[in-house]
Design a protein around this ligand. Structure first.
Ligand SMILES: Cc1ncc(COP(=O)(O)O)c(C=O)c1O
Length: 381
């Protein structure tokens, strides 16, 4: 059977690492997982209780395409709580994860062939989803002195229809502060391009609070999710905030593409929004892990790292150790029993000399992982 050329997207390399780790575990080895980008904790207790109740008392049929009205209202209230932003709930769209929001936003904003800027290093699926929709991803090679985030001068001459940013970013954990975000929004809008802000790691911040693009403009798309701060990756619940005059466009697309986000997950999400204290206990674990990683990785020999502002990743420049991050990651898995992600997922060019370490797991795992990495690197010489 024939295939379309736009379906020819790249695999997610981290999935291959996870598969190698699984095989090693099957053969009896105990692997420390520093490759995965998800919490090891589950959904908050009240979310699970709400789901148990809904399974008994709710037929859980389709919801309206934009999401349960109570959930949209509660998400709007979150913007007041977190950022002091007064948000009209009508602008909130509940989506099947932020991944569903990417499909909706890219389809709503761009025409075939349009050029959309994405920072490198960055989350790999932006590039692949853009390609699969017949759009043109434009990699912006960010600079270390800009903490690997795009800056306005990077945009000149790119002829973009849109710019996608993530703050905190995956894989670097770096954030855009108020001024940096404002400058980027202005530069994007000056080109007549759409500004999309992926805010999935908001709530997971260690020094300063993350800035939402909605503090600076209403003329943008903001994408967020219950996957990370709310520890609900598998539930596939996310949301998007769009300008008022885009809601109907998104509604029509959502009706046709998904009908709705999973109803049961929307029930869980609504309850989760009132469990922020429980979620902050997870954050305290990540903060401790971050500290251990910042101290332990340089001692092990991974000393070209920048302190992450948020999320649960550290991105290391390993150009002094390898020109093939895939091979180094395989050696580390084999020799140390620690799974890490080669940077090639995040930056097709420079990722051959970088690795991403995730510290989303338990502190016990992080301590053990660091001691294995130290021993492995000492033996490697
Ligand atoms: C920056 C970023 N955006 C989006 C996603 C996708 O998340 P979701 O589970 O909400 O689809 C991820 C997942 O790791 C991510 O790192």
């Amino acid at each position: 059977m024939r295939n379309s050329s736009r379906s020819n997207v790249d695999p997610f390399i981290v999935m291959d690492v996870m598969e190698s780790a699984r095989q090693a575990e099957e053969s009896g080895r105990q692997i420390i997982h520093m490759e995965v980008g998800q919490p090891s904790t589950g959904a908050p207790q009240a979310a699970r209780n709400a789901v148990a109740d809904a399974l008994e008392n709710n037929s859980l049929g389709y919801t309206v395409a934009l999401g349960l009205p109570a959930l949209r209202q509660r998400i709007a209230k979150l913007y007041g709580e977190w950022y002091d932003v007064d948000l009209n709930p009508e602008r909130v769209v509940v989506t099947p994860g932020s991944s569903g929001a990417f499909l909706l936003s890219f389809t709503a904003l761009f025409d075939s062939g349009d050029r959309v800027g994405i920072g490198a290093p960055g989350y790999p699926s932006y590039r692949q989803i853009l390609k699969a929709l017949g759009l043109t991803p434009v990699d912006i090679e960010t600079a270390a002195e800009n903490r690997l985030q795009p800056v306005p001068t990077d945009l000149s001459g790119l002829d973009l229809a849109g710019l996608m940013v993530a703050s905190p970013n995956n894989p670097t954990g770096t954030m855009l502060d108020h001024a940096a975000m404002g400058d980027l929004i202005a530069a994007t809008q000056d080109q007549g391009a759409a500004f999309i802000s992926d805010e999935i790691y908001h709530g997971l911040e260690y020094e300063a609070k993350a800035v939402t693009a909605l503090e600076l403009t209403d003329d943008c798309y903001v994408i967020n999710s219950f996957s990370k701060f709310f520890s609900m990756t598998g539930w596939r619940a996310g949301w998007m905030v769009v300008p008022e005059d885009h809601v109907r466009v998104i509604e029509r697309l959502a009706q046709n593409m998904f009908i709705c986000a999973p109803h049961v997950s929307q029930v869980a999400a609504l309850a989760a929004l009132d469990c922020q204290d429980e979620m902050r206990e997870n954050l305290a674990v990540y903060a401790r892990n971050r500290q251990l990683m910042m101290e332990g990785l340089p001692k092990a020999g991974f000393d070209k790292i920048a302190p992450p502002d948020g999320a649960f990743y550290i991105y290391a420049d390993v150009s002094n150790l390898t020109t093939d991050s895939r091979r180094l990651a395989a050696e580390i898995l084999d020799g140390a029993g620690v799974a890490v992600t080669p940077g090639l997922d995040f930056d097709p060019l420079r990722g051959a000399t970088t690795l991403r370490f995730s510290y989303a797991r338990s502190t016990e795992d992080i301590t053990e992982g660091l001691s294995r990495l130290t021993a492995f690197m000492a033996a490697r010489g």
